[in-house]
Design a protein around this ligand. Sequence first.
Ligand code: F6R
Length: 362
Amino acid sequence: DKGNHRHFMQKEIFEQPTVVAQALGRYLDPVAGKVRLPHMPFELATVPKVTLVACGTSYYAALVARYWIEKLARVPVEVDIASEFRYREPVYMDGGLAIFISQSGETADTLAALRHAKAAGQRVATIVNVMGSTMAREADVVLPIHAGAEIGVASTKAFTCQLSVLAALAVDLAAAKGQIDEAQEAAFVQELETAPKLMAQVLANDEAIEEIARAIAPARDVLFVGRGIHFPIAMEGALKLKEISYIHAEGYAAGELKHGPIALIDENVPVIGIAPNDELIDKTVSNLQEIMARQGKVILLSDNAESEAEGMFARLEMPSAGELVTPILYAIPVQLLAYYAAVEKGTDVDQPRNLAKSVTVE
Ligand code: F6R
């Protein structure tokens, strides 16, 4: 049931504050200021390395998690696309934790990678939405995302719920490793608890995003750029736009533009800059100025009102948040840009051509 929404994808985008609150509710104890993960048949403190494997949007969730886990827990993280992972003969470490992220729990490549890690004696966890799925059955530990059924082929609420679970895991691992103390853990729990309210604020800005989406809908190519933890969000934005509006899009690390892709820029190429007010904002904004100097149409998503707006095509004001919450927040406007661009073009939003919800061939 789509309720009063035109498409399942739109319904699922707007459900996100509710389902993220639901997911966080299962993993956080705000009163104690602690993360509570399901029982694991091993001590997290003994994990020497984390391997994250997934496909598509779930892979971008893994890329975000790498920043969180390495920064907070100081545990080395390897991330790979499932269809590449086992063919490169990955080097496992004794006692390593391999985590397979999949909305459906049935993606053939991710499942094959899970079996590969299990056969190699790794500790195997899975982050899934579908609890009865094959991956949930075969993993040693299951971390459900509690997003509810996702019907739209393009993944939206599963992504932000995956990020919520991965953020909780990063904090728990950091605590287990003694990298953060109780007060810091409580502060992170409190920060995560703010996510649903801030997500609702972003969604309330829907009309501004729709207007920007209409402006980019005629473009042939669109670039999404970000740095650090928001580079994977740029890639996720590009994937969403490609798959449902059929506009060619690429997600790039902002600092890489001048190493090639800037040659593409002219007045017909919109560039979406994902630039929260963190320690990287000045660098990202300076990359965006290089784009504007070449007539690129820059659209800035930021919470920094002071950042140089002159010459920009559009700006979207975002709420401010900490580093565990910003990737979750910035996922929303890129989903909505793709959604409204697709609606503008009249494509089949919930059933894009050539795509299936669950990819069961390798
Ligand atoms: C993109 C999308 C796909 C899936 C990918 C993995 O919007 O939905 O890229 O993320 O096919 O699917 P799961 O998470 O079910 O393994």
